[in-house]
Design a protein around this ligand. Structure first.
Ligand code: F6R
Length: 610
């Protein structure tokens, strides 16, 4: 969602803040701002729109400073206006940036107004600034004021605070939202995401919930929720700066679609090297945990949820374990029947999606402690709260629409199904070898699918002038139809729905006419003939069909039936391969419509609010 960055140094840190914010912009992009300490005052620059606009203003104002904080916003409380953009300042003395949501902001606002504080914005963040100021005016130091204020706030937050009375100091606090400290030479930094500090340091400390950190140029002191000074591990980030750059690509989404063969190869490295599915891939305790498991519950949101829906087919058919898949935000608010022998699998690219994190906490509160996270971001909150972890190695995903994270999640989940099957005595040695061979060849097959781009670009023309589209699939390709529809709607703003093809006649067929393109995912599998019958139902109503088939599914093209064939048949891994064409279709439809592909309207990467 929002992104925060901060720096304390002995040089002008404004360029560091601006570069950090541009790296964080993919997380939230409706407004941006920075504030620096300048003698006895705070200087602030804010702008609605992109970081580049704020940067132009900062340059015009010749903003400089050695201590400062910055923010990119994705509006939650209050509209997209300059006065709602962060940093927020209290009485000219204290500046605050904030990620997350303060749930008791209404009560706090009333209390602070009764104390004479005047609010200039509609945000919950301004409450934090005034509350800290109020504590400081009671004679507390900046550190004590922040420590006092956070105990009065409920909700999830990561904050960073500077005060004109403490010119060489920055205090930050974390409760439920990610925050890290970047350790420099004679300078230190904070950020919500490691990408924001990579150009200045690779040595980072991830704060834990409840931590408050006192940061100066020369030292970092971290206190836990009880106020006790604690040591936190210093990690060395191996995220490459190149992975954060566009390189020769037009958009991050395009780059990330094209990175899939490598992302899959990297994620599969250990399995291919060992030539075996081994519980050790999931952590030291995995063998013991997997032995107890009698069923699986998958919790996730959005695209990650669709990865879960696909995995259900593999987990039930290969591992023969009953599997349910639930939208995280629904699961956490309903009464369910806990089963302590059930493996709780959370899937999250970012590892910080609030809905998924809260669903995991809810499962644990019900005594469901056999937890596994499939995640792309090292050391993020969800894997840290789980017993077992399998990290996908997709690399940084900057495009808001998830692409390479999804296909790597799928191979991770397939690996889970095969590993559970093996441990439960349901996978023969021949099957294991067959699956590993399939995985070994998958990146090559994905490369072949990417080569279909010119044909798919042509097809996109038939979508870019339409208002609606239907996606159909059956069996394990139904979740890929869902994913194709989600990709199309989120980046091209064309309304798209997905149905299991057999459901068409139960209602949605009424929508079909010449203006409703129908995409069908129809590789050769046990349901192919059924899909062909469903397609007849569309053709008979004048619908235009766009069929993604594979080398083995025989279709005859006609004026209203268009077919693109992925060159290889990859059996049970076919959902992964058929994701590529639907990603490319959405990408090209969006390009033709001229939307902002990497930063679609109203959306943000890493959804850390409810
Ligand atoms: C869609 C998309 C979202 C995310 C969802 C969960 O392209 O990216 O639907 O999949 O917000 O995010 P993670 O996987 O980070 O938990």
């Amino acid at each position: 969602m929002c992104g925060i960055v901060g720096a304390v140094g002995a040089r002008n840190i404004v360029p560091v803040l601006i570069e950090g914010l541009s790296r964080l912009e993919y997380r939230g992009y409706d407004s941006a701002g920075i504030a620096v300490l300048a003698g006895n005052s705070i200087e602030r620059v804010r702008a609605v729109g992109r970081v580049a606009e704020m940067q132009t203003r900062a340059q015009a104002q010749q903003l400089t400073g050695e201590v400062g904080i910055g923010h990119t916003r994705w509006a939650t409380h209050g509209g997209v206006t300059e006065s709602n953009a962060h940093p927020h300042i209290s009485r000219g003395e204290i500046a605050v940036v904030h990620n997350g949501i303060i749930e008791n902001h209404d009560q706090q606002r009333q209390h602070l107004q009764s104390l004479g504080y005047v609010f200039e914005s509609q945000t919950d963040t301004e409450v934090i600034a005034h509350l800290i100021h109020h504590h400081q005016s009671q004679g507390k130091s900046l550190l004590e004021a922040v420590q006092g204020a956070v105990t009065e706030l409920t909700g999830a937050f990561a904050i960073s605070v500077v005060s004109i009375h403490y010119p060489g100091q920055m205090i930050c606090a974390r409760q439920g939202c990610p925050l890290l400290i970047g350790l420099g030479e004679g300078e230190n930094f904070i950020a919500s995401d490691v990408s924001a500090v990579l150009s200045v340091t690779r040595n980072v400390i991830y704060l834990e919930d409840g931590d408050v950190a006192d940061i100066s140029q020369s030292q970092v002191v971290i206190m836990d929720a009880t106020g006790a000074v604690v040591e936190r591990t210093v990690h060395r980030s191996d995220l490459s700066l190149a992975s954060l750059e566009l390189g020769p690509y037009a958009h991050f989404m395009q780059k990330e679609i094209y990175e899939q063969p490598k992302a899959l190869t990297d994620t599969l490295e250990a399995i291919i090297d060992d030539n075996a599915f081994s519980p050790a891939l999931f952590g030291r305790e995995a063998e013991e945990v997997f032995a107890q498991v009698d069923s699986v519950l998958i919790l996730a949101a959005g695209t990650s949820y669709y990865a879960g829906l696909t995995a259900k087919y593999w987990l039930e058919s290969i591992a023969q374990l009953p599997t349910s898949v639930e939208i995280a935000s629904e699961y956490r608010y309903r009464k369910s029947v806990p089963n302590p022998k059930q493996l709780i699998v959370t899937i999250s690219q970012s590892g910080e999606t609030l809905d998924t994190m809260e669903a995991l906490k809810h499962a644990k509160s019900l005594g469901q402690n056999l937890t596994l996270a499939i995640c792309n971001v090292q050391e993020s909150a969800i894997p840290r709260a789980s017993k077992l972890v399998l990290y996908t190695r997709a690399g940084a995903e900057i495009g808001v629409a998830s692409t390479k994270a999804f296909t790597t999640q799928l191979v991770a989940l397939f690996t889970l199904a095969a590993t559970l099957a093996k441990q439960h005595g349901r996978l023969s040695t021949e099957e294991e070898q067959q699956y590993i061979d399939g995985l070994r060849h998958l990146p090559g097959s994905v490369q072949f699918a990417l080569n279909l781009e010119p044909q798919i670009r042509e097809w996109a023309k038939a979508f870019s002038n339409k208002f609606h589209a239907l996606f159909l699939g059956r069996g394990m390709h139904y979740p890929i139809a869902l994913e194709g529809a989600l990709k199309l709607k989120e980046i091209s703003y064309i309304h798209a729905e997905a149905y299991p093809a057999g459901e068409l006649k139960h209602g949605p067929l009424a929508l079909v006419d010449r203006n409703m393109p129908v995409v069908v995912i129809a590789p050769n599998d046990a349901l192919l003939e059924k899909v062909k019958s469903n397609m007849q139902e569309v053709s008979a109503r004048g619908g235009e069909l766009f069929v993604f088939a594979d080398a083995d599914s025989h279709f005859t093209e006609s004026e209203h039936v268009h077919v693109i064939r992925t060159p290889r048949h990859v059996g049970v891994l076919s959902p992964i391969l058929h994701t590529i064409p639907v990603q490319l279709l959405a990408y090209h439809a969006a390009l033709l419509k001229g939307t902002d592909v990497d930063k679609p309207r109203n959306l943000a990467k890493s959804v850390t609010v409810e």
